[in-house]
Design a protein around this ligand. Structure first.
Ligand code: UT7
Length: 335
């Protein structure tokens, strides 16, 4: 329920993906897989991978600068930076602090948040609350990942799925009736074991043995995560719509987390919307976790898919397990 009379919206979007491209043919040479399997089971044709000298903050910085350049918003105007990521540059300092330094946002507070592929939705929800309560005025929310650094390239179950990239939005106060109308977040820690990076944290610090056992790479029970995803995508979107008194029939455009076309199709079916109202770029980038929705939103915006007054729904799910959805009445605030 909206508690205050301020309203927060997205006033700029930006993104960046590294140039290096890994095609399905590349994986045919490295693991026991083939292009037909990957396309029919996931919809992915290629994904991006950062080089060894590039870290998550480098991608995040470029996405942030892209959003700032498009909107004319200067670094000094930004008063908070939130970076959603599961692949931070370091344990600490946070990736958000590195971005703050890189862009020269000297007046900004900065922190990272970890909600896996739902991270951007969590970040957007926090930014919405801070703006509505008047705590901050211009917030940079970034979803950024270099999943190529934590993917086991010998494991065909996971290596074909993930890619690198970053998306950014600038959020600020907007006029009544526009911007974020409602959000919905959720988590089920009971099922956290389905998608993990077991070693390198305080539970299992790095040792020679953990490295030998390949415990510093993503581990996933794909089919269980799949079952969860096809249930939660539609449910979360409907909850967020309900929170602002709207229904699935009101959706003008859907930007779902880009994990797998079959998961997106199941959400489309449940929400009963036509495919031309749904943005899909998983074929080009694979699953970029916290960056997926943010990059898709920027591409949808650049391709002029979003018109003033449109009800735009963003929805994602991921490790934790977590999920998150947001309903926005869109307005283009471009210069
Ligand atoms: O953002 C959240 C992150 N995670 C996800 O979104 C992942 C959600 N899950 C999925 O997208 C799907 O479960 C996958 C794409 C990962 C797998 O598709 P599936 O239809 O659920 O396949 P499956 O896991 O049931 O595996 C079917 C078969 C298995 O072989 P057997 O045991 O039936 O002989 C796998 O070993 O496919 C095999 N397989 C592969 N075959 C060729 C798994 N990966 C590959 C591969 N190439 N890359």
């Amino acid at each position: 329920m909206r508690m205050l009379n301020k309203h927060a919206g997205i006033i700029a979007t930006g993104s960046y993906v590294p140039e290096r491209t890994l095609t399905n043919e590349y994986f045919e040479k490295t693991v026991d897989t083939n292009n037909e399997w990957i396309i029919s089971r996931t919809g992915i044709e290629e994904r991006r991978a950062a080089d060894e000298n590039t870290a998550t903050s480098d991608l995040a910085t470029k996405a942030a600068l892209n959003a700032m350049e498009k909107s004319g918003i200067k670094a000094e105007e930004i008063d908070l930076i939130i970076v959603a990521t599961v692949t931070p540059d370091f344990g600490f300092p946070s990736t958000a602090c590195i971005v703050q330094k890189n862009i020269g946002a000297v007046n900004a507070a900065a922190f990272d948040l970890e909600a896996a592929c739902s991270g951007f939705m969590y970040g957007m929800t926090i930014a919405d609350s801070f703006i509505r309560t008047g705590v901050y005025k211009k917030i940079l929310v970034i979803g950024a990942e270099t999943l190529s650094k934590i993917v086991d390239y010998t494991d065909r179950n996971t290596c074909i799925l993930f890619g690198d990239g970053a998306g950014a939005v600038i959020m600020a106060e907007v006029e009544e009736g526009y911007g974020v109308l409602a959000t919905h977040l959720g988590a089920n820690g009971d099922a956290g074991h389905l998608l993990t990076l077991p070693a390198g944290g305080s539970r299992m610090p790095a040792t020679e043995q953990t490295i030998k056992d390949r415990m510093h790479y993503v581990q996933m029970d794909g089919s269980e995560v799949f079952k969860f995803a096809i249930k939660i995508m539609g449910e979360a979107a409907e909850k967020a719509l309900e929170n602002c008194g709207l229904k699935k029939e009101d959706i003008d455009f859907l930007i779902p987390h880009q994990a797998n076309t079959r998961i997106i199709e199941s959400a489309v079916k449940r929400l009963k919307i036509s495919k031309d109202k749904v943005f899909v770029n998983v074929n080009k980038y694979g699953n970029m976790s916290a960056a997926s929705i943010a990059v898709a939103l920027d591409e949808a915006n650049e391709q002029k898919c979003l018109k003033d007054g449109d009800i735009v729904v963003l929805v994602g799910f991921g490790g934790g397990l977590t999920w998150g959805a947001g309903v926005i009445r869109w307005k283009n605030y471009g210069r």
